[in-house]
Design a protein around this ligand. Structure first.
Ligand SMILES: [Zn+2]
Length: 432
């Protein structure tokens, strides 16, 4: 019994963690009641067998409702169970697990099986399909897993990275604590909020760094993706932006539709020919190296803090305190536009090298924003002795072979450290 003190509910759309922390005799009895809905309990042998997979039958929903009605006064957290079960369709499958640190493979298995069960596959078919998929997964990732830990940062629910206690916090980027005068009043989003991130929060970024980064590097990344923010209708703090371009062009998002307007000659009644290409010239300029800096700042915001000591030079560079030669070349960034896969919230996966093989960088990140996938090396780590350009970049990319079949990757240069005009060429297809 003492071993099961977390219940983790997962459905196709939702997840809910229920943790038993202040254990008293009373709470234990209540918890036991909850457990008995999902487990076979053999009181003689003192055995509890928790069944992982369940169907939200009318009967089960009823038992849950009775349980919550009876005990919600004891622990208001039980109310969350009500909404979890209310949102389940009749007879929808879901999991109840005694832990939530599932790892990439297990999470994948669980999500896939719920997907398939939801589509009407029977259990034996699901098992067979997943065995095949698992073999494929192992095969696909086997090369990278030899040298890397893969760490997906969950983004479905609020996650706070680093020290919770404000008095004990040390800023990852300036190393200041409360004693040194740092404050931590503002919420620091690990990925800019304007790009749709609501959930991934970095506890260890002080207010001063937070406002500095916002102006210095985050603005560049946001501007770089600005048009896509409008295109997908992504709401930031002030809603979906409207962007004015030179030549009186305006892009806007209203009632779920993306507009490009030519604000000149609006009175003309003549039908105009729909152009195939539209050139949009924003009023802002972009520093591409700042976009790269911002990517790396995101990675260092979510990585376990024990690794930060290997990135002192990287942090200097992010802060623009590292001197580089004028034509210094950073590793390229691999970019893929994958319209089939839209991410409601930006999310990030870290690859942290576990081996001593310095042919490969210590930290690589995969950042997904809207329909983009960016894969980039975090440069200047003290555990690296390569710069990962040209052949060295090829060595790295060949290691990450699970990406190779994903589509047409673009390898872009973000080494320019000056503000530049940023022209967007939109190609439009006419629908017949
Ligand atoms: Zn700071």
């Amino acid at each position: 019994m003492s071993k099961i003190n977390v219940l983790f509910f997962i459905s196709n759309e939702d997840s809910l963690q229920f943790k038993l922390d202040n254990i008293t005799n009373e709470s234990l009895i209540i918890y036991f009641q909850l457990l008995s809905i999902f487990a076979d309990i053999n009181e003689e042998k003192k055995l509890i067998e928790l069944n992982a997979l369940h169907k939200a039958t009318e009967e089960l929903k009823d038992s849950m409702k009775q349980f919550v009605d009876k005990y919600k006064g004891e622990d208001p957290r039980f109310n969350k169970l009500t909404s979890f079960f209310r949102d389940l369709n009749d007879d929808e499958w879901f999991y109840v697990l005694p832990r939530n640190d599932l790892g990439l493979k297990k999470s994948f298995y669980i999500q896939e099986s719920l997907n398939l069960l939801d589509k009407g596959y029977i259990f034996d078919e699901v098992k067979k399909i997943l065995e095949e998929k698992e073999a494929k997964f192992n095969n696909t990732f086997s090369n990278v897993l030899k040298d890397y830990h893969i760490i997906p940062i969950p983004c479905e629910k609020k996650i706070y990275i680093g020290e919770n206690n404000k008095k004990k916090r040390v800023c990852r980027f300036c190393k200041k604590s409360k004693e040194d005068g740092a404050t931590f009043k503002h919420i620091a989003h690990a990925i800019p909020e304007a790009l749709g991130n609501k959930n991934i929060i970095n506890n260890e970024e002080c207010d001063e760094c937070n406002s500095k980064f916002e102006k210095m590097i985050e603005r560049d990344l946001i501007n770089y993706l600005n048009i896509y923010r409008v295109f997908w209708g992504i709401k930031g703090k002030n809603g979906v932006p409207k962007i004015k371009f030179k030549d009186d062009k305006l892009i806007d998002y209203q009632n779920d539709i993306f507009y490009i307007q030519d604000t000149v000659d609006n009175d003309s009644q003549e039908p105009i020919d729909f152009p195939n290409n539209i050139k949009l010239e924003p009023y802002y300029s972009i520093n591409m190296m700042d976009v790269y800096r911002c990517f790396c700042k995101i990675s260092l915001s979510v990585i376990d803090k024990k690794f930060i000591k290997y990135f002192n030079e990287t942090i200097k560079w992010i802060n623009k305190n590292k001197s580089l030669s004028n034509n210094y070349k950073l590793p390229k960034i691999a970019m893929l536009l994958n319209p089939q896969n839209f991410n409601e919230q930006p999310n990030i996966t870290l690859y942290i090298r576990k081996s001593d093989n310095t042919c490969y960088p210590l930290l690589v990140s995969e950042l997904r924003i809207y329909t983009f996938i960016f894969v980039y090396i975090v440069p200047f780590s003290s555990k690296d002795n390569r710069e990962f350009i040209e052949e060295e970049y090829q060595d790295f990319w060949s290691k990450f072979e699970h990406y190779h079949g994903a589509g047409n990757w673009n390898f872009k240069n973000f080494s320019s450290d000056i503000d530049q005009d940023f022209i967007i060429n939109l190609k439009l297809d006419k629908k017949e």
